[in-house]
Design a binder for this molecule. Structure first.
Ligand SMILES: Nc1nc2c(ncn2[C@@H]2O[C@H](COP(=O)(O)OP(=O)(O)O)[C@@H](O)[C@H]2O)c(=O)[nH]1
Ligand SMILES: [Mg+2]
Length: 378
């Protein structure tokens, strides 16, 4: 009797399930078998190739042949934090070094909205029309937040992006400006080895990034707006001192007169500075990046600078100085990192700080103790 009722219940349950299945719109269709035309051998081959990294030799010869795909891949290695990638990157960079250096490096800075991207679009096009090969890189301290502003800017660089003689690379993300700077310096070498003769490095006028860019370019160009009230700010922050040219952008429509006025103000302000070691007196000009006015004069200024500094040998001297700066800067950074990452230092730093604040010890004694701890350990 019991067995019979179990059988009846299970029959009713199966019936309900079948019913449910038929009612559902989500009925499953049997999958299709992989067609025989794709052989397992070729699938394996494709997967293998996808995973396979080109050898350093392949990288080097392709970059030297101007292969953009390999250039991009090599830059990705430079930007990688993976130790294997970094080792490979430095091998490639060392091989590229003898082929680098044959370029001019131009830094462009200015506050957001001044028209840097628009300027680079027009200026870059002007340069490719002159037969130059242009690489556009960026140092943007905010790029780790927005993933490289130059990417968004690519819309303003519509023409350049499509130009076969142009290579655009967004800012590498890194948690330190030093990190970004190193990657950019190495990227410059790769771009030069790949045959790019004009390197443009864009930076946002924020923080220390201008100083970093200034110490890796031959010519530093400051874009300004007329009557934006930031003239004095620039003077205070020493940016004007770094500039080889000040270009007042948006000198169009109703803004032309204001731009002319700003130009004479800047010329007057620049007279306050002593002559530079290069013997170059910074120039001031106006332009309209949007309407392609005055771009030619900007290039003329850069050319004049190059002629002068190559003649008086300042060009090479500056590059040598920059190499020295980056050598020392890298050592300083690495030493600092090593010091502050030390476990004992991490722990004792807080203890010493508390003691200093409690007037038990002086900052100098505390520093001496910490350094002694560090050197004893290493
Ligand atoms: N009138 C005028 N507008 C410009 C000029 N150059 C750039 N702009 C405009 O200014 C805005 C900011 O330009 P953008 O190139 O993105 O500036 P960035 O933030 O410095 O890169 C955009 O709307 C541009 O169209 C110019 O020469 N004249
Ligand atoms: Mg921009």
């Amino acid at each position: 009797m019991l067995q019979l009722s179990i059988k009846i219940i299970s029959f009713i349950f199966t019936l309900m399930q079948t019913n449910k299945k038929n009612k559902s719109t989500l009925t499953e269709v049997a999958g299709i078998k992989r067609p025989n035309t794709t052989s397992n051998v070729s699938i394996r081959k494709i997967k293998l190739n996808r995973r396979k990294q080109p050898s350093s030799k392949e990288f080097i010869s392709s970059i030297l042949n101007g292969n953009i795909t390999f250039l991009s891949k090599a830059i990705t290695l430079v930007e990688s934090t993976n130790a294997k990638h970094q080792k490979k990157a430095s091998k490639i960079i060392n091989a590229c070094l003898p082929h680098a250096n044959n370029s001019i490096r131009i830094g462009i800075t200015g506050v957001p909205g001044v028209g840097k991207s628009t300027f680079i679009e027009t200026f870059g096009t002007h340069l490719t029309n002159l037969g130059k090969k242009v690489a556009v890189l960026a140092i943007d301290p905010s790029s780790s937040v927005n993933n490289g502003s130059i990417l968004g800017d690519k819309t303003r660089m519509g023409k350049l992006v499509k130009d076969a003689n142009v290579f655009i690379r967004p800012s590498p993300s890194s948690n330190s400006l030093g990190g970004v700077a190193r990657k950019t310096r190495e990227t410059i070498i790769l771009c030069e080895a790949a045959g790019f003769d004009t390197i443009i490095i864009e930076t946002v006028g924020v923080g220390q990034s201008e100083t970093a860019v200034h110490s890796m370019v031959d010519f530093f160009l400051l874009l300004k707006l007329a009557g934006a009230g930031d003239e004095l700010q620039g003077i205070k922050r020493g940016i004007i001192e770094m500039a080889d040219a000040i270009v007042i952008n948006k000198a169009d429509s109703n803004n032309e007169n204001a731009a002319k006025l700003a130009k004479s103000e800047f010329i007057r302000a620049l007279h306050l500075y002593p002559l530079k070691e290069s013997n170059w007196s910074p120039k001031v000009t106006t332009c309209s990046a949007l309407h392609n006015i005055g771009i030619h004069s900007v290039w003329q200024i850069v050319s004049d600078y190059l002629t002068l500094t190559k003649e008086n040998l300042f060009f090479d001297k500056k590059r040598a100085k920059q190499n020295e700066f980056w050598l020392l800067e890298t050592i300083n950074q690495r030493l600092l990192d090593h010091f502050y990452r030390n476990k004992k230092i991490k722990k004792n730093l807080h203890i010493e700080l508390d003691k200093i604040n409690a007037s038990i010890t002086s900052p100098f004694d505390a520093a001496n103790r910490l350094l002694r701890d560090y050197f004893d350990q290493s």
